[in-house]
Structure formats: structure tokens, C-alpha cells
Design a protein. Structure first.
Lengths: 201, 166
């Protein structure tokens, strides 16, 4: 009886090993897809907000005449209104897919730190731009140079570098998935604010 | 397509399309709302009122359906959006319905944010569900429910201006 049980245990071992290997492989595949999905979501949201604000569509569609133009094309008035939304979505999706794929090639710890850098930069840049507008309006000297998107980018870049350098690996890991909710809400706040003219007329 | 348009007028075609968009929106709304309620109130109770005793929805089983419907609805919305831009928005601006125009503009962004989160949403609901993502899974689901509800309400208001039955 004991021998039989031992035999059973020996026979079942290769099966268990195969099952464990299959489980590990499935888990690795899942986590790789998870890395892609989480990075894709964060990158898509940031890029879409940027492309919308800078008006960088992949193409412009003119529905009245059914014409598609590469990049931005402000058509003649007789061609009807141009539509950029499709172009922003397509460009953001393509760029985010590339970013998501690249994310699966690097180590998770490095990816989490880079994500902190990108997300803090994405948050600080518009914050610095808003601050620059306030300073320009209230300053006694000519501070119009502060309104340049590149000038306000410098403190944002320095701040993002500092935060991503100083943040601990544990915090970067804890924050990584949280960006997936923080970024869409922040993006919607920026995009919603840009539509204020419709609500204050 | 030409054969179809030979049988019905172009206006009828767009109205049918808009109605299908609405009908699918109702299904999506029901699915995502049930799932959001399930993650917000996961405990089964045997006593209390009707709401308390409602059977717990097998939330994970809706995930693939919600993803497919969300993408389908975004594509249909993108198609109908062409008509909205030329046929609805211009008179809407003429009548100075700025709140409706602005809300619909915001809807574009809300739907896009929802689309961006779909792969992660699907990943978080996959079996086996890792406990480490439970909180995020809950809030991503709630966020998706918000995007669907917002789009539904704003789309309905725009439809009332010029659409099916208006």
C-alpha cells in the first residue's frame, strides 16, 4: 500500500511539474499583458490630452466633402468644418501601443520609475503654465516670456526628475497602477477646463 | 449600402442607426451599472429590503460583453458623429445651445478616456483575479460606468435637439 502510494506520488510528480510550469508560463504571460495594458492606459490618456491641446491629429477629416488629409488641415470655409477627434484618437492609440510594447521589454522597477517621471511631468507642466499666467498678469515687469510652453517646461522637467529620483522603489510600485485612475481624471480636468468658454457664454 | 439607401431615405437610415446606437447603449448601461453596483456592494445579505436582498451579480462574467459593447458603441458613435458635426452641431450653435455643444465636446474626451482604460479593465477582471488589484478594479469599473452614464445622458440631450423623435 505504501509502495503504491509512493509510486502514485512519483508518477504524479511529472504531471505536477508540468502543471506548475504551465501555471508559471500563464502567470508570466498575464503579467506581461498586464504591464502592456496598464502602460497603454496611462500613456494613451497623457498623449491624448497633449495631442488635443496642441492639436496634433494623425489626420483631419472633412465630413462635408468626405476628404481625409494627413495631419492638421484647416480647410477652406466651403469645405465645411474639419474634424480632428478621429486623428487625435488614432495617433494616441498608435503611440500608446508602442509605449506599451516597449514597457514589456524593460524591468518592472525601471518602468515604474519612468512612469513616475512621465506622470509627474504631465502634472507639473500644466501647473507651471497656469502659475506662469498668474505671474504674468500680476508682475510689475514684463513676464510674457513665461507664457512660452518651453520655458515653463524647464521647472516641470527639473521637478519631475527630482521626484522620480527621490521616490522610493516601494512608492513607485504602489503608485504605478494608481496612475491609471489619476491620469484620466487629471486629463479630463484639463480638457474640461479648456471647454469653459462654452459654459460661460 | 447603395441598395439599402435605395429602399429607405437617408434620413431614415441615420435615424435607424441612431436608434441602434441607443438600444446598444441601454444594454451597455445595464451591464456596466450592474457590475459597478456589484463591486461597490459586494456583500450578499439575506435580510433587509429588496435592494439589500438582490442576488449578487457574477460581475466578472459581464467583462467581455462590456468591452465588446464599449468598442462597438465607440465605433458607432464615431460614425454618427460625422452627421452630428454637420447636421446637428451647426444649427445647435446657431440657436446658441452652448451648454449642449460643450457637454457633447466633453463627451468625446470622456469616451476616449474610457477606451484607453479598456485593456487594463479587461486585465483586472481576468480569471484568476489577483487580490492586489481589487481596489483598482473597483474604481476602474466605476470610472467606466461614469463614462457610459455621462455619454448616455449627453447623447440623449443632443438627440432631443435633432434626432429620433425630435
Amino acid at each position: 500500500m505504501t509502495q503504491a502510494l509512493d509510486m502514485d506520488a512519483r508518477v504524479s510528480q511529472p504531471g505536477s511539474a508540468r502543471a506548475a510550469a504551465a501555471s508559471a508560463a500563464r502567470s508570466a504571460t498575464t503579467s506581461r499583458f498586464g504591464t502592456f495594458a496598464i502602460t497603454f492606459g496611462i500613456a494613451f490618456v497623457i498623449l491624448y490630452t497633449l495631442f488635443e491641446r496642441w492639436n496634433w491629429p494623425f489626420f483631419t477629416y472633412h465630413p462635408a466633402v468626405g476628404r481625409l488629409d494627413f495631419w492638421v488641415n484647416q480647410a477652406r470655409p466651403e469645405d465645411g468644418p474639419p474634424m480632428f477627434w478621429y486623428g487625435w484618437v488614432v495617433l494616441s492609440a498608435m503611440a500608446a501601443a508602442v509605449v506599451g510594447f516597449l514597457a514589456t521589454l524593460v524591468s518592472l522597477a525601471w518602468l515604474q520609475r519612468v512612469t513616475v517621471f512621465c506622470c509627474v511631468l504631465a502634472a507639473l507642466w500644466p501647473a507651471c503654465a497656469a502659475l506662469a499666467v498668474v505671474v504674468d498678469e500680476r508682475a510689475s515687469f514684463n513676464a510674457e516670456f513665461l507664457r512660452s510652453v518651453w520655458v515653463v517646461g524647464i521647472p516641470a522637467l527639473v521637478g519631475a526628475l527630482a521626484v522620480s529620483y527621490l521616490v522610493s522603489a516601494r512608492w513607485a510600485e504602489r503608485l504605478w497602477t494608481s496612475w491609471l485612475l489619476i491620469m484620466p481624471i487629471g486629463g479630463l480636468a484639463i480638457l474640461g477646463y479648456s471647454l469653459m468658454t462654452y459654459f460661460t457664454r | 449600402m447603395d441598395m439599402l439607401l435605395g429602399m429607405i431615405s437617408i434620413q431614415t437610415f441615420w435615424k435607424i442607426l441612431l436608434f441602434v446606437h441607443f438600444a446598444l447603449a441601454v444594454v451597455l448601461l445595464a451591464g456596466v451599472t450592474l457590475q459597478a453596483v456589484a463591486v461597490l456592494m459586494p456583500t450578499r445579505q439575506t435580510i433587509g429590503n429588496v435592494v439589500d436582498r438582490a442576488p449578487v451579480v457574477p460581475a466578472a462574467s459581464y467583462t467581455t460583453l462590456i468591452v465588446i459593447l464599449y468598442v462597438l458603441q465607440a465605433l458607432m458613435g464615431a460614425w454618427i458623429y460625422v452627421k452630428y458635426r454637420t447636421y446637428v452641431r451647426i444649427p445647435m450653435e446657431g440657436y446658441r445651445h452652448w451648454w449642449t455643444v460643450g457637454s457633447f465636446e466633453f463627451k468625446e474626451h470622456v469616451v476616449t478616456m474610457g477606451l484607453a482604460l479598456l485593456p487594463a479593465y479587461w486585465y483586472f477582471w481576468r480569471q484568476p483575479q489577483p487580490d492586489q488589484h481589487a481596489t483598482l478594479r473597483k474604481w476602474v469599473t466605476v470610472f467606466l460606468a461614469f463614462t457610459v452614464w455621462y455619454s448616455f445622458v449627453v447623447g440623449h440631450v443632443a438627440n432631443d435637439f435633432r434626432g429620433v423623435g425630435s
